[in-house]
Design a protein around this ligand. Structure first.
Ligand SMILES: NC(=O)c1ccc[n+]([C@@H]2O[C@H](COP(=O)([O-])OP(=O)(O)OC[C@H]3O[C@@H](n4cnc5c(N)ncnc54)[C@H](OP(=O)(O)O)[C@@H]3O)[C@@H](O)[C@H]2O)c1
Length: 309
């Protein structure tokens, strides 16, 4: 009898997910519509409720629909002993590369200022800065951070990355650990956050750390909303310490209607869409891993739940 995977995604994408598994020997069923819960072998989920995965008593692997696994942290979400695999797929990476490159170039070329000048019908020139005179610093040099670094390199920027452990990514200066954070921030003109949300990284984008950036530096946060202290950001943008911010993620999502971030002139907002898993590519990653599991091979991109990513 074929095995079964249960999927908890947005209802609108269920048909796409079903299609993406159609040539693979697995039954696909959707959350709250499972006939026999004991027959579920795998779960592919986004934000399951605490206790909800326990209903599948024969679960073998939990797959996260997103790259982050912070939605699976917390008591009674992942049943003890069940491995968690995070999402790594080409279109998710490509989407993040596009989002970050777009905003980095936008800041680099003073586009937020020029958009304001246009609204004010002002013909004003800002002297260009060569890419070689700018440093883009990437917090988190994992799958996404490394891909972004490689994509930005050909423009001629100086690229630095900060991670927990030392990295060798071609043309990228590696900073690592808490002791090198200040040196990394001190020379970063455009700061990109692509960290996972963990106890160590929560609120890392606070006034103390952001004040270590050169005056007028810009921030691109596509990690998680709880990386940033939103009131600190507003203060630093208002007093000119920060030149601008592109924010895709927020402490509370959806961003509440009356939040001051919405109307801040130096902030560009997107609703957590920097990159998204595409069912066809995401299913390929899940299928590859199930095949590995069936053959007794190690899983690819297994999350370390203790570490938090
Ligand atoms: N906005 C969106 O649409 C969107 C979409 C996808 C993902 N994301 C976010 O992007 C994050 C990164 O994804 P990924 O696939 O690149 O993850 P990843 O491959 O696991 O990379 C994480 C990176 O963060 C570093 N890191 C973790 N904790 C650290 C710490 N305490 N100090 C310094 N560095 C630390 C890791 O360092 P080591 O390698 O040395 O351990 C690694 O380089 C996700 O967790 C998610 O939050 C957002």
């Amino acid at each position: 009898m074929p095995e079964t995977i249960v999927i908890k995604s947005d209802v609108e994408r269920n048909a796409e997910w079903r299609d993406a598994f159609k040539d693979y020997d697995i039954n696909v069923c959707f959350w709250n519509r499972v006939a026999d819960k004991r027959l579920v072998d795998y779960a592919l989920v986004w934000k399951p409720e605490p206790g909800s995965l326990r209903q599948f008593s024969n679960l073998k692997i939990i797959f996260s629909i997103g790259a982050g696994i912070d939605h699976l942290k917390g008591s009674d979400i992942v049943p003890p002993g069940i491995p968690v695999v995070r999402m790594v797929e080409t279109s998710l990476t490509a989407g993040m590369v596009e989002y970050v490159c777009y905003h980095a170039l936008r800041f680099h070329r003073f586009m937020p200022q020029y958009e304001r000048y246009q609204r004010e019908q002002q013909w004003r020139t800002i002297m260009p800065v060569p890419a070689s005179a700018r440093t883009i610093g990437i917090l988190g040099l994992g799958v996404l951070g490394s891909a972004v670094a490689q994509a930005l390199k050909p423009f001629g920027f100086r690229i630095a990355g900060w991670s927990r452990t030392a990295k060798r990514v071609g043309g990228v200066e590696s900073y690592y650990g808490d002791s090198q954070l200040n040196a990394f921030l001190g020379q970063t003109d455009i700061l990109v956050c692509l960290l996972p949300l963990t106890e160590q990284t929560r609120y890392i984008l606070n006034a103390e750390n952001l004040s270590k950036l050169p005056r007028g530096a810009c921030l691109i946060n596509a990690g998680r909303g709880r990386h940033q202290v939103q009131s600190d950001l507003i203060g630093l943008l208002d007093n000119g310490r920060l030149g601008g911010a592109a924010l895709d993620v927020f402490e509370d999502e959806p961003l509440p209607q009356h939040d001051p971030l919405w109307s801040h002139p130096k902030i560009s907002i997107t609703p957590h869409v920097a990159s998204m898993t595409t069912p066809s590519c995401g299913a390929q990653h899940v299928r590859d891993n199930i095949t590995r599991f069936r053959l007794g091979k190690p899983l690819a991109h297994l999350a370390n739940m203790e570490r938090g990513y």
